[in-house]
Design a protein around this ligand. Structure first.
Ligand SMILES: *Cc1c(COP(=O)(O)O)cnc(C)c1O
Length: 429
């Protein structure tokens, strides 16, 4: 299968080339030249097995086609359970059992397993530079840790990530270096962008990003929707409907692709936080990106969701058809907090603020009479957001074992000025 740019100018490339490049040269996002035809799928023996099956058409003719099962086995070595959640027909799809307890582990691990194989033929290591406001950097650091041929440099704003997040970024060592920057997240991002476009620097030290627009992160996210929906069908239940907490639309886009290739997924509802650019668009207003506002579901603080470009490509720029295919609702901080408390009172479960946006949307859909089986997609473990969650549920939330193991390792980050020259000098050291 070949991949083309949403902007239609760049030449078609193989999947490996699209993954290695990240963004297409014309500034667009890579999409399949033609989507695989909808078909019937069989449920695999485990997540990795289902993933290898569902991703195979996308890897057809690629240099990595034969390695796909091994890539999936390496990346998906933890469970993604679909569990009953309170009322009959309500489920929680838990995407947070990876090393850093958020769903970004899944895409980051697949990207790392893919890139490390692509780098085997090269004799110089590739350095992944990431700016992070928390979750992404930790998932990327964990996924690339000790991957041969790859190094990671993570920049984060000193004092502006939670202590647990800072610890997660600094605890890897080996081929992963954390830099605490005396500046904001925007400063970090600007420094990384400048490094990625510095040809002279790259001639001495090849660089790449692990941006969430990479197909190497997007496509593997189809796997857990496929596995959950097929298992649900095999258990004799009706098609699984989904409510997905949404920021950049990467997670939701994967669900949409999964439904397109024939996986038994019913309705898809999107939940955002107070950053309501998507809900306003789905309400019939023109698409109007804006700057983001800070919320308690901070991994979804996005004012210009990058995957909108892919979504519009999928619906051939027919916005009416697109609007008819989904529903989308905003949930503000007060409702997020109220939902965490009420879900805990009703079910005894603690959920994270991102997951709470979806739980609230499902509550509203049920009140409006929505029937059938619905999964709330749980994108992070509540222990990652203990400062928000614990006061609302009235007790400490136990830290999951993989995260606890990370928090026990010593952590170390080097200070860096918020200045491109300082980053450049660091990378050439
Ligand atoms: C990144 C993230 C999201 C948003 O996912 P998108 O793919 O950007 O829509 C939701 N919840 C958590 C916990 C995240 O880390």
């Amino acid at each position: 299968m070949r991949f083309v740019s949403t902007r239609g100018v760049s030449a078609p490339v193989s999947l490996s080339a699209a993954i290695a490049a990240g963004l297409a040269p014309d500034g667009g996002l890579y999409v399949p030249e033609m989507l695989p035809a909808a078909r019937r799928w069989r449920v695999g023996s485990c997540l990795a097995d289902t993933a290898a099956q569902v991703l195979a058409p996308f890897f057809a003719d690629d240099v990595l086609a034969a390695e796909l099962p091994a890539i999936c086995a390496e990346a998906f070595d933890f469970p993604v359970p679909l569990r009953p959640f309170g009322a009959d027909g309500d489920y929680l799809l838990e995407l947070f059992h990876g090393p850093t307890a958020a769903f970004k582990d899944i895409g980051a691990r697949f990207l790392a397993a893919t890139l490390s194989r692509l780098r085997r033929a090269e004799n110089r290591p590739l350095t992944i530079v990431v700016a992070t406001s928390g979750d992404t950097g930790a998932a990327v650091a964990a996924a690339f840790h000790r991957q041969p041929g790859l190094q990671v440099v993570v920049l984060y704003p000193d004092g502006r990530v939670s202590p647990r997040q800072a610890h997660q970024l600094g605890c890897f060592g080996d081929n992963v270096q954390a830099l605490r920057v005396a500046g904001s997240f925007d400063d970090c991002q600007a420094m990384v962008k400048q490094a990625l476009s510095d040809a002279d620097l790259q001639a001495q030290r090849p660089l790449s990003s692990a941006n969430s627009i990479s197909l190497g992160r997007l496509l593997p996210q189809m796997s857990y929707y496929a596995h959950a929906a097929l298992q649900h069908q095999a258990a004799g239940r009706s098609a699984l409907n989904l409510v997905i907490p949404t920021g950049n639309l990467g997670n939701a886009m994967a669900a949409i692709l999964a439904r397109h290739v024939g996986l038994p997924i019913g309705r898809i509802a999107l939940a955002t936080n107070a950053n309501d650019v998507l809900p306003r668009f789905f309400d019939g207003q023109p698409y109007q990106p804006c700057s983001s506002v800070a919320t308690v579901a901070n991994a979804m603080d996005v004012g210009a969701p990058s995957n909108v470009e892919r979504l519009r490509w999928l619906y051939a720029d027919d916005d009416e058809k697109l609007r008819a295919a989904f529903t989308c609702h905003a949930v503000d901080d007060a409702m997020i907090r109220a939902t965490i408390a009420s879900v805990h009172a009703r079910t005894g479960e603690a959920i994270c603020p991102h997951t709470a946006t979806a739980a609230k949307v499902l509550q509203d859909l049920r009140v409006q009479g929505a029937g059938g089986d619905w999964a709330v997609v749980a994108t992070a473990h509540p222990a990652k957001f203990e400062a928000v969650v614990e006061p609302l549920v009235g007790h400490a939330v136990a830290v999951p074992a993989p995260l606890a193991a990370l928090l026990q390792r010593p952590a170390q980050a080097e200070p860096l000025a918020a200045d491109y020259a300082a980053l450049r000098a660091y990378l050439l050291r």
